[in-house]
Design a protein around this ligand. Sequence first.
Ligand code: F3S
Length: 395
Amino acid sequence: MYLTKEEERMLRGDDGETLRKMIEILAALGDIYGADALIPIKSAQVSGVSYKTIGDAGIEWISNLKGTIQVPTVLNPAGMDMNNWERLGIDPKFAAKQIQIIKAFESFGIAPKCTCTPYYLKGFDVSYKDHLAWGESSAISFANSVLGARTNREGGPSALAAALIGKTPDYGYHKVENRVPSLEIHVGFETKESDYGALGYVAGKFVGSKIPLFKMKSVPSKDEMKMLGAAMAASGAVALYHIDGVTPEITDKAFVYEKPAESITIERKDIDAVYESAENATIASDIVTIGCPHCSKEELEQIAALLEGKTVVKEFWIFTAREVADQNKELVSRIEKSGAKIVCDTCMVVSPAASAYHSMRVNSGKAFAYVPSMCGLKATYGTVERCVKDATGEI
Ligand code: F3S
């Protein structure tokens, strides 16, 4: 990969050991994947933030680095609500380690904003064709597919390297020729709300890492596309999808592609099977969670309306970005009046808090895929309305 004089100087270590290590990571990726050069990025999102996932080895690695971010950079969810960690029963020893991790990231100038929905934050606006270096799979899918931006699936070290250098190697999803659909998915029935998480959960298993082009009867909202992409990234490895007539790239006349040779059809009964899985029929949940990916204002509004005048009878956690919660305090207090908890900076998967429970009801295809494997709980799937009814003892 071609390096500029400035980048070569970094690689020699003239600008310090951290930048030498960082450009070494980017140059190695560029060489492996055939990038011609590094390209500037608009923002970065660093994953590998929860102590649950990176452990002491991760703390040691980050703590040995020194540097300053060159572009707006946000963190993936941490292992706890940084302002209110006692409320979910987090062990103080875990909290001390998590605080150490966040402080290490702050030393680079990264604001301690821990979310998988950076696109809701001020300063992280994303435009069509922007180049990014994001690390959380649902955020990557949303950026690539719904916003038409360009990011590879960055690991923690490569996203941090991109943040500290302000560039990323130009390969993979940064190249328009690697963004063409390779599989058509036909969905010939009406879909709404949590159907999209179930659809993504089913589709991801067929698609793997291909780029699907959906032909859908319904037109999904951005929140619905968020749920679709998150689920496909979890049950498969989908980082980019298109929806005919909806997503920006496929509707751009300048985007040239051929009709994919392969096609599959997903039927209503495939989606219903997710709702009606054996677990749904036999296991009562002892906790309900919503907010995978983190809730938008509109999703908080829906939950607040459904909870109006009701009281929860079991733990009900709703995850969102702190900035979204701060901007919607009235919604937060309406939700919390029921006994439900708005939780920021973290989620049901990357926090150890859920391990005290046995069975979790979720409205997210991604959480449905990950809660059993990463938290050791059974998971049941339902609409937002069903989640609220479960939490308030109405079912
Ligand atoms: Fe976000 Fe955690 Fe789900 S990082 S996408 S809420 S698993």
